[in-house]
Design a protein around this ligand. Structure first.
Ligand code: ADP
Ligand code: MN
Ligand code: MN
Ligand code: MN
Length: 331
C-alpha cells in the first residue's frame, strides 16, 4: 500500500512569506526522502538556477485525508545543502541547542482574521460597510456576533487529530477574528507545529470558501490588530520570580533587534491603542495589556511561571521570535 505525504514549506513571498505544499506518494514504511521544488515560482531562486531542496523536519498524521497519510513540515535548502536565505529554522536550531540546558518553553497565541473568498471583506462585515463597534464579539456566542466558529472548530479538531499541541481557541475582538494557541513546547517543537497549524488553518478554511489572513492590521481604524503573543519561560522562571524580572530587563535592552524580527507591518498594529504598547516604547508590568511584556496576574501570585511578550505580529516567524527570546535572556 502507498500513502500520501504532504510536503509543506515556507516560501519567499515579499514582504511576508506564505506556505506552499505538494504531495508525494510513498510506499508503506518508507522514510520521508529529501525532495525539491521550483524556487523560481516561489520567489526563492532565479529561473536559470531554479532548484531548491526540501528537507523534512517534522511530520504528523494528515487529519484532512486521514488513513496513513502524513503532513511533512520541511526546511528549504540550497542545492549545496546549506540553509536557503529564507530558512530561519537553521539558526534557531543552533541557539536552541546552545542553550538547551535552560529548558525554554513557548506558548504562542496565533490571532488571525477570516475573509470572504474575495479576500477583501472580513466575514461578519456587511457589504461595503462596517459592523457594530467592537465589544460584543470577543468570546461571543450567537449568530449576530460570532462569525466563523465553524472554521475555528474544524481547525482545532484537525490539530488535535494531527497530534499538534494546540492549547485552546477563542473568538477575538473584531468580527471574523480568532485565536488559537500552541504550546507550551520547546522552541523548535512550537515553531514547527505552529507552521503546520497555520497550514491546516488555510486548508480547513478552503472547505468553507473562506480565506485566512495573518496580516497584523487587516482593517485600519478602530479595530484590533492581530498578534502572536509569545509566552516564554525557562526552567529558572518556572521555579522563581526574579528570573522573570531579569528576563524582562534583558529584553528591554535589546528592543531594536526584536522589533526588526517580530513581523512585517507591525508598526500599524503597535500604536499604544487596542491593547498594545507603542512600537517605540518598552514597558513590562503585571496584568498590563498595554505593556510590551505582561506578567500574568497568577504568575505574580505564584511568584513563578512565565512572561508574555505581546509585541510579535500575527505574521511573525516563530523560528525568529523563539530564537531571539532565548538569545536575549539566556547566557
Ligand atoms: P492570554 O491570557 O494572554 O489570552 P492564552 O491562554 O491565550 O493567554 O495563552 C497562554 C499560553 O501560554 C498558552 O499557550 C499556554 O499553554 C502557555 N503557557 C502556559 N504556561 C507556560 C509556561 N510556563 N511557559 C510558556 N508558555 C506557557
Ligand atoms: Mn490568548
Ligand atoms: Mn488574543
Ligand atoms: Mn495574550
Amino acid at each position: 500500500m502507498a500513502f500520501k505525504a504532504e510536503y509543506i514549506w515556507i516560501d519567499g513571498t515579499e514582504p511576508s512569506p506564505s506556505l506552499r505544499s505538494k504531495t508525494r506518494v510513498l510506499a508503506d514504511g518508507s522514510d520521508f526522502p529529501i525532495w525539491g521544488f521550483d524556487g523560481s515560482s516561489t520567489n526563492q531562486a532565479p529561473g536559470e538556477n531554479s532548484d531548491c531542496v526540501l528537507r523534512p523536519v517534522f511530520s504528523c498524521p494528515d487529519p484532512i485525508s486521514g488513513g496513513n497519510n502524513k503532513l511533512v513540515m520541511c526546511e528549504v535548502l540550497l542545492p549545496d545543502m546549506s540553509p536557503h536565505p529564507t530558512n530561519n529554522r537553521a539558526a534557531c536550531v543552533e541557539v536552541a541547542s546552545k542553550f538547551e540546558n535552560y529548558e525554554s518553553w513557548f506558548g504562542i497565541e496565533q490571532e488571525f482574521t477570516l475573509f470572504e473568498a474575495d479576500g477583501k471583506q472580513p466575514i461578519g462585515f456587511p457589504d461595503g460597510g462596517f459592523p457594530e463597534a467592537q465589544g460584543p464579539y470577543y468570546c461571543s456566542v450567537g449568530a449576530n456576533y460570532n462569525f466563523g466558529r465553524e472554521v475555528s472548530e474544524a481547525h482545532a479538531t484537525a490539530c488535535i487529530d494531527a497530534g499538534i499541541g494546540i492549547a485552546g481557541t477563542n473568538a477575538e475582538v473584531m468580527p471574523g477574528q480568532w485565536e488559537f494557541q500552541v504550546g507550551p513546547l520547546g522552541p523548535l517543537e512550537v515553531s514547527d507545529q505552529l507552521w503546520v497549524a497555520r497550514w491546516l488553518l488555510h486548508r480547513v478554511a478552503e472547505e468553507f470558501d473562506i480565506v485566512v489572513s495573518i496580516d497584523p492590521k487587516p482593517v485600519s481604524g478602530d479595530w484590533n490588530g492581530a498578534g502572536c503573543h509569545t509566552n516564554f519561560s525557562t526552567k529558572a522562571m518556572r521555579e522563581s520570580y526574579q528570573p522573570i524580572i531579569d528576563a524582562c530587563e534583558a529584553i528591554g535592552k535589546n528592543i531594536n533587534e526584536h522589533m526588526a524580527n517580530y513581523g512585517v507591518g507591525n508598526e500599524k498594529r503597535l500604536t499604544g491603542l487596542h491593547e498594545t504598547q507603542r512600537i517605540d516604547q518598552f514597558s513590562y508590568g503585571v496584568s498590563d495589556r498595554g505593556a510590551s511584556i505582561r506578567i500574568p496576574w497568577q504568575v505574580e501570585v505564584d511568584q513563578k511561571g512565565y512572561l508574555e511578550d505581546r509585541r510579535p505580529a500575527s505574521n511573525m516567524d516563530p523560528y525568529l521570535v523563539t530564537k531571539l527570546l532565548i538569545q536575549t535572556t539566556c547566557g
